[in-house]
Design a protein around this ligand. Structure first.
Ligand code: SAM
Length: 248
């Protein structure tokens, strides 16, 4: 995987041989999230915040039946639409099993994947609660209606628990993460609202596609426990370096 980063990995903080980086309140597993999920107990997670790989729908077809993006290729994102649906199905089922009744699940998606993603979540028995528009404040490259937003599907397991915050609308404006190390990194400001709205201190959040570990970092800052899974060793290593004070 091509990591968007100028920093060098520091060998002295290499993530442990069992592919796991643990700290009080934090556990990051360098593995397929299905492996992590298989070890999680039923009804043990208070909230899921997830940002699945984007399936190549945002990239240009190379005419080979596969998809790729020359500028920002992410190895694990390189899936056809059909492959993507098959990919998320067992993961959403496992998330449903491991989440507590009434808990909230947030799933980031773009407008192209929105319908598929919502259908997959409903097929896994989650109930739709809302769709939040993340307004990034300015649009990206391209023509026509240039993309300025992403969507956050808000689902629950059973009837949703009451949200903690009273004054949050379903359009949230937050600039893209500054000094991003991951092409899909989510801003702390935005994650903070989701976490505070759906959990309390001491609760456990899980992010099956941790990427730059933005969810883990924000959860920890808010005194929540957080577990994450990430296939890329580079991103896991960068998180370990960050926690060890070797990366800002
Ligand atoms: C869209 S990115 C997540 C970005 C993240 N929200 C952030 O703020 O940095 C999806 C991530 O999922 C990882 N990934 C893909 N398939 C995975 C799997 N089966 N298990 C765990 N991680 C996976 C990719 O390596 C990629 O970093």
């Amino acid at each position: 995987m091509q990591v968007q980063n100028k920093h060098k990995i520091k060998p002295e903080t290499a993530i442990e041989q069992n592919h796991c980086y643990t700290q009080p309140f934090i556990e990051l597993f360098n593995e397929d999230c299905l492996q992590t999920l298989s070890r999680l107990e039923d009804n043990s997670i208070d909230c899921v915040i997830t940002d699945p790989p984007y399936s190549g729908l945002t990239s240009k077809s190379k005419g080979t039946g596969r998809f790729a993006n020359d500028d920002n290729h992410i190895e694990f994102d390189d899936m056809s639409e059909r492959a993507f649906l098959l990919f998320v199905k067992p993961i959403f089922r496992e998330l449903y099993r491991t989440m507590k009744l009434g808990s909230h699940l947030y799933c980031f998606t773009d407008w192209k994947q929105l319908r598929n993603m919502a259908d997959c979540l409903e097929l896994a028995s989650f109930k739709i609660v809302n769709i939040v528009c993340w307004n990034k404040g300015h649009f990206g490259t391209g023509a026509g209606y240039r993309s300025q937003s992403e969507y956050i599907l808000v689902f629950s397991k059973g009837l949703p628990n009451t949200f903690n915050l009273k004054n949050v609308g379903n359009v949230i404006t937050a600039s893209r993460a500054k000094e991003a190390i991951h092409p899909h990194q989510k801003p702390t400001e935005l994650l903070k609202i989701l976490i505070e709205n759906s959990t309390k201190e001491g609760d456990t959040i899980y992010d099956p596609f941790a990427g730059s570990c933005s969810t883990l970092k924000t959860a920890k800052a808010l005194n929540r426990n957080c577990k994450g899974s990430e296939l890329s060793k580079e991103y896991c290593q960068m998180y370990a370096d960050f926690e060890n004070g070797l990366l800002l």
